[in-house]
Design a protein around this ligand. Structure first.
Ligand code: EPU
Length: 417
């Protein structure tokens, strides 16, 4: 298995470019199931989750061709399965995003239930009750969700809690429903806005994406689109945190300040100099890091997907800080590994108390999920000596060429077998 070998400590300096957002690209790819014509998607990141989604789409009858970071998706028209099998869903939960579009377009969908994962239970009950509100008959059998509706009918549905994937599934399904759908208490993440933009280019009529209430006028059919995926705020945020941690000077070209506002506010509070320009975001930091707590929340709150990386940063702050995780039940698995590297962190339920600054020392550490892996890489950058991050297939699911970006910034990082 591949590992990342990091020789620390490092000071990151230089310029890197943003990559396309995995969590935006995944629903955009799923939305190609709704199209009757070709969809051309630009700025698609070359990461493992995208490859998995392309395999699923191929299986479901959408031919795809990849030319660098552009993907062409063509509906084949031939009879294809309406089923997302366990083998694909188990490696990537986002396969569940095929449910809404398959059902809306073909009247039937069978998708393996994703089950729990390392960061929490992650049910899809709200995706299902939302589809039921649009007239679908949903059954759970043999570990699969089976949904049917000759034609979905617009309706009103309120998410009891905002869900990113649930909002995306419903947005796609409602775009082909008969009549008007009103979705309330929707997730407001930038990835939702990006999906609505592409659906609109395909002919959907959507109002309010990025707000709590979204109204969708369903159409009889949707065409193709040319669309460019938004920059990945989580990857960009990870490199900005790395710059602060290593007392570096890094410009992330293409990064969008509005998408990263809650992180930028914290980086400013800890004493870093954050400059937002037309080109992107530049962060410089020297001297002490001030401790500042965070509470993860749905957008526009502090993103859970940057919690682990921010905690690695707080191990270097002078004093105590609290990190509270409210989105997922089990997203502190990086803590034990950070402690093995010398961090002083105590957990009490969803609270973690970090005391710093800790002199971290390089160690062999095990990645448990995508963002936990990133936090271990960041810790490796400030640790004395050699850090080996095992199981980096987690990292490869969502970070595009991480080691080459870090190398470009002056870090000594290599991938080894
Ligand atoms: N939830 C329910 N019922 C549902 C759906 C969600 O109770 O039907 C709960 C979840 O258990 C969780 C909360 O609602 O406690 C939020 O989950 P959400 O549905 O918003 O998450 P998701 O759509 O499964 C996406 C990202 C995650 C990111 C979360 C939160 C994609 C492909 N994944 O997941 O990304 O953490 O939103 O922002 O967009 C990652 O990239 O590392 C990652 C895990």
């Amino acid at each position: 298995m591949k590992k990342l070998l990091i020789h620390g400590p490092a000071r990151l300096a230089g310029t890197i470019s943003s990559s396309g957002a995995k969590n935006a690209a995944l629903p955009l790819l799923a939305a190609s199931l709704l199209a009757e014509e070709e969809v051309e998607l630009h700025n698609v990141p070359q990461v493992q989750d995208i490859r998995t989604m392309l395999r699923l789409l191929e299986h479901l009858g959408v031919e795809n061709e990849q030319l660098g970071d552009t993907v062409l998706l063509r509906p084949t028209g031939r009879a294809s399965p309406d089923e997302a099998p366990y083998e694909l869903v188990k490696t990537m939960r986002a396969s569940v995003l095929a449910l809404g579009p398959l059902l809306a377009r073909r009247g039937h969908a069978r998708v393996s239930l994703p089950g729990g994962c390392a960061i929490g239970v992650r049910p899809i009950d709200l995706h299902l009750s939302g589809l039921e509100a649009l007239g679908a008959a949903v059954e759970l059998q043999h570990g699969y969700v089976e949904a049917r509706a000759r034609r979905l009918v617009g309706g009103r549905f309120r998410f009891s809690t905002p869900t990113v994937g649930g909002t995306e599934n419903l947005l796609m399904a409602a775009s082909l429903a008969r009549g008007t759908t009103v979705l309330e208490n929707c997730a407001r993440e930038p990835e939702i806005v990006d999906l609505a933009r592409m659906l609109s280019a395909m002919g959907a009529v959507i109002e309010g994406a990025g707000e709590e209430t979204i109204t969708i006028e369903g159409q009889d059919s949707l065409g193709g689109a040319h669309h460019s995926v938004i920059p990945d705020r989580i990857q960009d945020g990870t490199y900005l945190i790395a710059a602060a941690m290593t007392r570096g000077d890094v410009l992330v070209e293409g990064a969008r300040p509005a998408d990263l506002a809650p992180l930028l506010e914290k980086l400013d509070e800890i004493g870093a100099l954050v400059e937002t320009t037309d080109r992107g975001i530049r962060l410089r930091h020297e001297g002490e890091i001030r401790p500042r707590g965070i509470v993860t929340e749905p957008f526009p709150g502090f993103p859970t997907d940057l919690q682990a990386q921010y905690m690695a940063l707080m191990t270097q702050a002078k004093g105590s800080s609290t990190v509270v995780e409210t989105v997922f039940e089990n997203r502190f698995q990086h803590v034990l590994e950070l402690v093995r590297m010398g961090a002083d962190i105590r957990i009490d339920g969803s609270y973690a108390r970090v005391h710093g600054p800790a002199q971290l020392s390089g160690a062999s550490v095990m990645a448990t999920d995508l963002r936990a892996s990133a936090s271990l890489v960041l810790a490796g950058l400030v640790a004395e000596g050699e850090t080996r991050v095992h199981r980096i297939y987690h990292l490869d699911r969502g970070y595009e060429r991480m080691e080459s970006k870090l190398q470009k910034l002056g870090a000594r990082v290599e991938r080894i077998d």
